[in-house]
Write a protein that binds this ligand. Structure first.
Ligand code: TPP
Ligand code: MG
Length: 616
């Protein structure tokens, strides 16, 4: 007879999570690093009680905002290269819906997170309960249905035994490199508290190791044939290279073939920046070195990338009309984009087998040398824009230079939105894999500080340095207090240009009037003069404002020596961004307007549209 144990659904769920293991650096560790929780109606009595019982094996962490706690969980998985995961649980209604943005972020970025929002009563007896969204025509709808389009797997648990197949499916999605993304198990609050006789076997320990699919023989042969004939080959490395741990294999591939590499936001740090054939950033925020090659390349091997518009210059960057793209990706959806020859495989395995299949092939020496020269030239150009300055209002690039000079590359530097991602992508000289943590799939303002917290939990041995603008900071900063409470030290570099600088620049570039982006251009009775130092201190952090770049470097040095979260603030110029490198990005300009500037911008826009490849 099957041995069983009588538990509530919530107790079974938490016990199951404690039994899932991962292997990191040869050591077995729990797959789930913990559960972020803000309790309320819908999770405190059921899941809250169950989490208390396992608090030693599966720690619960309290946050101040549900979106932020889910961001922290997602960043934890990213900084662990998807080999470890966290869960996040909320009450029903507003607490749950606060996590929807984070679910979308994980969905776009292909990052695993287990979301456990509380839900209305399955038995419907006390309806409508506090915070219940009533649908006039559908009794099965709740606020949690908002998670459906942004979850890779969604289930509503309306009976306690449903958790058995639901968790099996959840684990399959969370640990599969191709399907990977957010899982939402919507937990009806009465069912959380309901008991069931669960089979003991359900709680058996399970070790999860990454699946590494090898390429299909025919796809490999076709890709090898195309690559062997390439005169101007280029590799685009995406986040999949990092998640697959394929950096060494990529390095070997590049050394053997002399093919230059460029990196997407997600793939930056696949190779260190000082690698002579790493052209670094590609696309809209790309280096001159990378984009020059991208325009000419005849075979583009794209590895582990979604090919979003920032990478492809809104599909106008790769200009060689005779080019072939080879899509090495574990996910067929991505592998075949833009009529690529698909090579569906794990990045590491795929590179190894492709390398073997083209053994002896070398890119023409002039192409490789051209790449090396371009990179050296780019480094000189980048050094100019990042050099120290006495300017009263430095540029973002000059602040980036100061951070790099003071803290080096052996840190985890993290950013998500505003002008910083573009400048960082172009100018930051990344160290080893994972040292550059960019959330630019969703580019979600408010990810930065919470994400930094998750990254620090994943890598407590590393300095985690968050680069953030005043807009993002004001949107979501509450987890500064959590970082202080948990003793998880963050260095937060806050660039105050008094508004949404990058959107203001975009507005100007599309012929728009300066309107509603910088504080000074927004409707106001009083121009805000926000005291960020006082604000950060009120949350328990150290904070200081630097009056110059020299002052800033000294402050950053003090921040490094401190064991407490520190905000280092510097005023910056909202109008400057790096002109070198870069590429056009498709932002639709109005076809008719009363403004001459818009009409002029539209003309320029229509010219650029001609470069965009359609159906190619
Ligand atoms: C949640 C969210 N809302 C809106 C946007 C659109 N957006 C992108 S950057 C930006 C301004 C960011 O301002 P700040 O953080 O000060 O950076 P800056 O542009 O000044 O460098 C806005 C509004 C976004 N990316 N995310
Ligand atoms: Mg700003």
């Amino acid at each position: 007879m099957t041995k069983t144990v009588r538990l509530t659904m919530a107790q079974a769920l938490t016990r199951y999570l404690t039994r899932q293991m991962s292997v990191i650096d040869g050591k077995m560790v729990p797959l789930f690093g913990g559960v972020w929780a803000i309790f309320g109606h819908g999770n405190v009595a059921g899941l809250g009680e169950a989490l208390y019982q396992v608090r030693e094996e599966l720690p619960t962490y309290r946050a101040h905002n549900e979106q932020a706690m889910a961001h922290a969980a997602i960043a934890f998985a990213k900084a662990n290269f998807r080999q470890r995961i966290m869960a996040a649980t909320s009450s029903i209604g507003p607490g749950a819906v606060n996590m929807v943005t984070a679910a979308a972020l994980a969905h776009v970025n292909r990052l695993p997170v287990l979301l456990l929002p509380g839900d209305v009563f399955a038995n419907r007896v006390p309806d409508p309960v506090l915070q219940q969204v009533e649908d006039f025509g559908d009794g099965t709808v709740s606020a949690n249905d908002c998670f459906r389009p942004v979850s890779r797997y969604f289930d509503r648990i309306t009976r306690p035994e449903q958790i058995i197949p639901a968790l099996a499916r959840a684990m399959q999605v969370l640990t599969d490199p191709a399907e990977c993304g957010p899982v939402t198990l919507s937990l009806c609050q009465d069912v959380q508290a309901e008991a069931y006789d669960y089979p003991e076997s359900f709680f058996a320990e399970r070790v999860w190791t990454p699946r590494r699919p090898r390429p299909d023989r025919d796809e490999l042969a076709t890709a090898a044939e195309v690559l062997k004939a390439a005169k101007k080959p280029l590799i685009v490395a995406g986040g999949g290279v990092l998640y697959s741990g394929a950096s060494e294999e990529l390095d070997r591939f590049v050394e053997a073939t002399g093919i230059p590499v460029c990196e997407t936001q997600g793939g930056k740090s696949a190779l260190t920046d000082d690698h002579g054939l790493n052209m670094a950033a590609v696309g809209v925020t790309g280096t001159g070195a990378a984009n020059r090659l991208a325009e000419e390349a005849d075979v583009v091997l794209v590895v582990g990338t979604r090919l979003q518009d920032f990478t492809t210059g809104s599909w106008s960057l790769f200009k060689n009309s005779g080019k072939t793209i080879i899509g090495l990706n574990v996910q067929p959806f991505d592998a075949g984009k833009h009529r690529a020859l698909p090579l569906v495989a794990d990045a590491r395995e795929g590179l190894a087998e492709l390398g073997a299949a083209i053994a002896g092939y070398k890119a023409p020496a002039v192409w490789t040398e051209n790449a090396r020269t371009g990179k050296a030239e780019w480094r000189k150009a980048a050094a100019k824009v990042t050099a120290a300055t006495n300017a009263a209002l430095p540029s973002d690039a000059q602040v980036i230079g100061a951070v790099q000079r003071t803290l080096g590359s052996d840190i985890i530097v993290l950013h998500a939105a505003g002008g910083l991602p573009g400048e960082m992508h172009k100018l930051w000289q990344a160290g080893g894999p994972g040292s550059y943590h960019s959330e630019y799939g969703f580019s979600c303002m408010g990810y930065e500080i919470a994400g930094g917290l998750g990254a620090k939990m994943a890598r407590p041995d590393k300095e985690v340095v968050i680069m953030i603008g005043d807009g993002s900071y004001l949107m979501l900063n509450s987890e500064i207090a959590t970082s202080v409470m948990l003793g998880l030290k963050l260095t937060i570099v806050l660039l105050d240009n008094r508004g949404y600088g990058c959107i203001n620049r975009l507005q100007m570039a599309t012929g728009g009037a300066n309107f509603n982006n910088l504080l000074r251009d927004s409707r106001h009775e009083v121009l805000p003069d926000i005291d960020f130092v006082a604000h950060a201190k009120s949350l328990g952090a150290n904070a200081e404002k630097a009056a110059s770049i020299a002052d800033f470097e000294a402050a950053l040095d003090r921040a490094r020596k401190s064991d407490r979260t520190t905000v280092v603030l510097i005023d910056t110029d909202p109008l400057i961004s790096t002109g070198e490198g870069g590429h056009w990005w498709d932002v639709a300009v109005p076809e008719v307007s009363a403004r001459a500037e818009v009409n002029a911008a539209r003309k320029g826009y229509e010219e650029k549209l001609k470069l965009q490849r359609v159906g190619d």
